[in-house]
Ligand binder design. Structure first.
Ligand SMILES: [Fe+2]
Length: 373
């Protein structure tokens, strides 16, 4: 399979994965669906950045989901139920919070047992229910970062629980503020800034979660240079969980499709975050994060510093800028797979960005029809 940016989709291409659009909803389109101009327009209307397409030529290239589909569905259903409960009632029951605790533990086990040490979250991006899929994505990213930092199972489970609950307080904020696309007024921003404390105050009462969980939830909007909220904490004065959640939270927010803007690609988001190292984010945590997230996911076409085009075949644990690649010629001919971590001939060659040449997106997809209306 290969990843095709939405702008380059053509009628006749065949989907290699379902396109999910929300919890409990049928997928927008399912695997093996042949794309028509109408379907392509629908994908564009939903601001989906790109989709996986079947490719005869690259049928050996496979994308592996980060967590099992069953666990993903179970997680999203539970998060949605608990968050919606909190928006309606003053308290969430201890039983519901224990469900979150169990879910955190299942996520840690699922991720640790998965040999895929590099996360690619594009499979999690439903268009609707942003808050719930965002909570799950932030949990997965946080577990990956914590694992890189050497956390044991117990600490990872606490971190995952903090991530799942980090935005619980938003359920008590006016939806007009949450969904406002224009700049918030000072008054609206002051109201939004209360959401970490709202969640913390509630979770403290339940006594189910440890102090680290509460601190993480309470400090996920603090920024390394002291420009965050609610306490304007600085550098190591920000609890460790809060510094981890800040990285996972911002990365997932900017790489998610929203109704008002298209998602950023992983490499664009990572560049932005690196530019904010020690301004917004703890550099050591960013480094751990970079070792865990695919800068260029499997199936992506990239351009190399020597002008060649290549397809990402496999991402490597520890160095996501040096994946296994396959050089693809203008005529579609391919080299053997090249491991950028160890191939001496490519030691000075770097990946410079995503490939923009539409010719490569047609390779091996079997798409020959021109795109109509
Ligand atoms: Fe938040």
């Amino acid at each position: 399979m290969i990843f095709i940016p939405t702008d380059h989709l053509k009628a006749g291409m065949v989907l290699a994965m379902d396109i999910d659009i929300g919890i409990g909803k049928l997928p927008l389109l399912t695997k093996e669906q042949v794309l028509t101009p109408g379907f392509i327009q629908r994908i564009r209307d939903l601001n989906i950045a790109g989709v996986y397409i079947e490719s005869k030529q690259f049928e050996d290239v496979a994308f592996k989901e980060t967590i099992s589909r069953k666990l993903k569905q179970e997680a999203l259903t539970n998060i949605k139920k608990i968050f919606e409960n909190f928006s309606r009632k003053t308290l969430v029951s201890d039983a519901s919070l224990k469900t979150i605790s169990n879910l955190a533990s299942s996520l840690v086990e699922n991720i640790l047992s998965n040999n895929e040490v590099v996360v690619n979250l594009s499979d999690l991006k439903g268009h609707d229910d942003y808050t719930y899929s965002h909570s799950l994505s932030v949990a997965i990213l946080s577990i990956m970062i914590g694992n890189r930092l050497g956390f044991g199972r117990r600490l990872l489970t606490d971190l995952a629980a903090a991530a799942l609950l980090h935005d619980l307080g938003k359920m008590k904020i006016d939806v007009r503020i949450l969904n406002k696309q224009d700049k918030l007024t000072d008054e609206e921003f002051e109201a939004l800034k209360e959401h970490p404390d709202i969640a913390c105050d509630h979770l403290r009462k339940s006594k189910i979660f440890s102090m680290s969980v509460l601190e993480g939830v309470g400090s996920h909007h603090e920024r390394y240079d002291g420009s965050g909220y609610p306490k304007a904490l600085v550098a190591d004065g920000i609890p460790l969980f809060g510094r981890i959640l800040a990285v996972a939270d911002v990365y997932d927010a900017i790489t998610s499709n929203r109704s008002y803007r298209k998602a950023w690609f992983a490499n664009e988001a990572i560049e932005y975050m690196m530019a904010n190292a020690e301004i917004h984010f703890d550099f050591d945590i960013l480094k751990a994060f970079l070792k865990s997230v695919a800068v260029y996911p499997v199936g992506t076409f990239v351009t190399l510093s020597n002008g060649q085009t290549a397809l990402i075949i496999k991402n490597q644990p520890g160095n996501t800028l040096r994946p296994v690649i396959r050089i693809v010629g203008e005529d579609g001919s391919c080299t053997e797979d090249i491991d950028l971590m160890s191939d001496f001939n490519y030691i000075s060659i770097t990946i410079t960005g995503r490939c923009c040449d539409s010719h490569f997106f047609d390779l091996g997809t079997g798409s020959s029809e021109p795109e109509g209306n």
